[in-house]
Each structure stands twice: as C-alpha cells, then as structure tokens.
Design a binder for this molecule. Structure first.
Ligand code: SF4
Length: 334
C-alpha cells in the first residue's frame, strides 16, 4: 500500500536524461515516493536538444525536472584536480559523480528530500560504476546511507530508505554488468518512448575533445566561456600562441558567434562569403594577420585577389593562401 500524503517521502534523483536514470526514477516513484529529477550541468554536454529530451523523459515518468549549472565550480574544483584521476580520456568520473552527489545532498534540506537516487549500475562502466568505484563515489560525497541505486539495489547493502520501509527493496532490481537487456525490456514494458539520448553523452569521454582540451590548457586557463568554443570549428594554434577557431559550416559559424566573449576577437570576411572565426584577443600582430589569411583561405575566395577581413575592430587586407595546405600545418594534433 502506498503511503498517505503526509507520510509521503521525497527523493532527489541525479538525472542525466539517459535510460538508466529514468528507470531509476520510475522504480522509486511507482512506490509512492515523490521524486524530483535533478540535472547537474558541468558544461560538457554535447547537444542543444538535451533539455528538451530530459523534459520529455521526466514528463513520461511524471516527475519535475530541475537543472543546476555548476560549470564554474566544476572547472575550479574538479576537472583539473581529481582525487581519483581520469578515465580513458579527460573524464574524472569518480570525482565528478562524487561532486554531483555531494551537491544533491546539500539540496536535501532546502528541497525537503529524504534520500537520493541514481541510475548507476554495478559494473556497467569501466571507471565509474565498478563496485569499488561506487563505494568511492559514496565516500567522496558522504552519502553512504541515503543514496539508493534502484537498478542495482539488490546486489548492494540495504540503504536507509530500504531499511526504513520508505521503499520496498523487493520491488527494486539487482542488475550488474554492461548488458542493457533488462533496462530495454523494462522500458518496453512501461511504454517509455524516445529514450535514446540525442547527440551522444559527455564530451570529456570523447577522445578528440579531450585532446583539444589538453592542448588548450597548455596555453591558457580554461574558463566557462571557453568551453563552447571547444565544441565547434577547426582548431588551430598560431606561431605566437594565439588560438584560432574557424567555422566549418553554418552551424559552426552560429556556435562561434554565440560563444564569442571578451577573450576572443571575431573574424569575418567583409567582401566575400566565408566562415566566421574566433581568435585570442591578445594575439600578436603577426598572428592576427595570419588568422585573417587563414580565414580568407577557407572562404569563397581567389588566391590571386586581396580581401578585406575584419579582425576585432581592425580591418586587414590580405591575400588567401594558394591552397589549404599552409593552413593545415597550424591545426592542433588530434
Ligand atoms: S561521463 Fe562526464 S558527466 Fe558523467 S561522470 Fe564522467 S565526467 Fe562526469
């Protein structure tokens, strides 16, 4: 029997928008627990439509979605100094999860929640979801007894919500390992639709993105405003150290324009069609001229002619290179 309204317990679910965290919510909500889905934004999501997708998932399981932007804290405290190191790429998953749970725990009092839930599965991911890694996450966030993992609960020690009877352990699952069979079957049974996340997951697990990030921090301190630029365009490092990002297509150009901040100069061709580019605002004169030539080379231009290129406030007149080959030597190594 479900508890009456006054006895109703509330849980905060760490929510990524993925199938596992959606099912974890469903498993607990169907037992009469009120669940709030919390998505924590660390800045490295890869898709614009993610919010829409998350809202759709929450609507399907009937819970409220709340989002929290922690990008600045994540850069300052987690990304470059993880206690438990990195996974295969630039992904400090154990520390990242630990940080998220710690933040969720701090929200329990103001949001009047009794416990936390997550969609983690024992043994599913090489780094962050091995059993010992789950214990490290729990330890980092000091959430031991209040963190329930409904998908693997039966293979983990009972937590407070189970012992107190707020949640019936028997109605939870005991999934381990990488297979998604049980999750897919359950999704079908409950009629969950469109649950595949659009556009992939966290960019810190992406090899090329991680290399771009590693290269960036050799020259500069990464700030929140730099992240959006790392997600688009061709990336070049010019001889005096300036960073140049050149759009490859319309979507890149729009992303570059949206990502421009005082750290970067906008570059565009004034009398020809061409890409938008962003250049470090402190670029030397030589790097500014080279950036203008490179940008002109990627435009609809003729190497025999000269073009006006706006670089920040100044207008330079340059001739494009004869081919793209001289530009490519400045590409960062991926
Ligand atoms: S994949 Fe990305 S968001 Fe997820 S735990 Fe790892 S670093 Fe954090």
């Amino acid at each position: 029997m479900n508890p009456t309204k006054s006895e109703k317990r509330r849980a905060i679910a760490l929510f990524s928008g993925g199938l596992d965290s959606t099912l974890a919510i469903w498993l607990v909500k169907r037992q009469g627990v009120e669940v709030v889905a919390l998505n924590i934004d660390i800045g490295f999501g890869s898709t614009k439509s993610k919010l829409e997708h998350m809202q759709n998932m929450c609507d399907q399981v009937g819970v409220e979605l709340r989002t929290l932007d922690i990008r600045d804290q994540y850069l300052r405290e987690i990304l470059f100094n993880p206690k438990y190191g990195y996974g295969k790429n630039f992904n400090p998953c154990i520390d990242c999860h630990g940080n998220m749970f710690k933040i969720a725990k701090e929200l329990m009092a103001p949001w009047e929640a009794d416990f936390l839930i997550s969609g983690e599965v024992v043994g599913q991911r090489p780094m962050s979801q091995r059993r010992d890694a789950l214990d490290l996450v729990t330890g980092l966030s000091e959430t031991s007894d209040i963190l329930l993992r409904p998908l693997s609960a039966k293979v983990l020690p009972p937590t407070l919500p189970e012992r107190e009877g707020w949640v019936d352990r028997e109605q939870l699952l005991g999934i381990t390992g990488r297979s998604r069979d049980v999750q897919l079957k359950l999704a079908e049974e409950i009629g969950l639709k469109d649950f595949e996340k659009p556009g992939g997951g966290c960019l810190l697990t992406d090899e090329n993105f991680s290399k771009k990030l590693a290269e960036f921090i050799k020259y500069d301190t990464l700030e929140v405003e730099d992240i959006a630029l790392l997600k688009c365009g061709r990336h070049l490092r010019l001889p005096d150290g300036a960073k140049l990002v050149v759009g490859r297509h319309k979507e890149d150009n729009e992303m570059i324009l949206a990502a421009l901040s005082p750290k970067y100069l906008k570059i565009r061709l004034l009398n020809a069609t061409g890409p938008v580019a962003a250049l470090s605002a402190n670029a030397t004169k030589a790097d500014r001229e080279l950036a203008a030539r490179i940008t002109a080379t990627y435009g609809k231009t003729n190497p025999e002619e000269r073009y006006e290129v706006q670089v920040g406030e100044e207008v330079l007149t340059v001739r494009p290179f004869d081919s793209k080959a001289p530009c490519q030597r400045y590409f960062i190594n991926l």
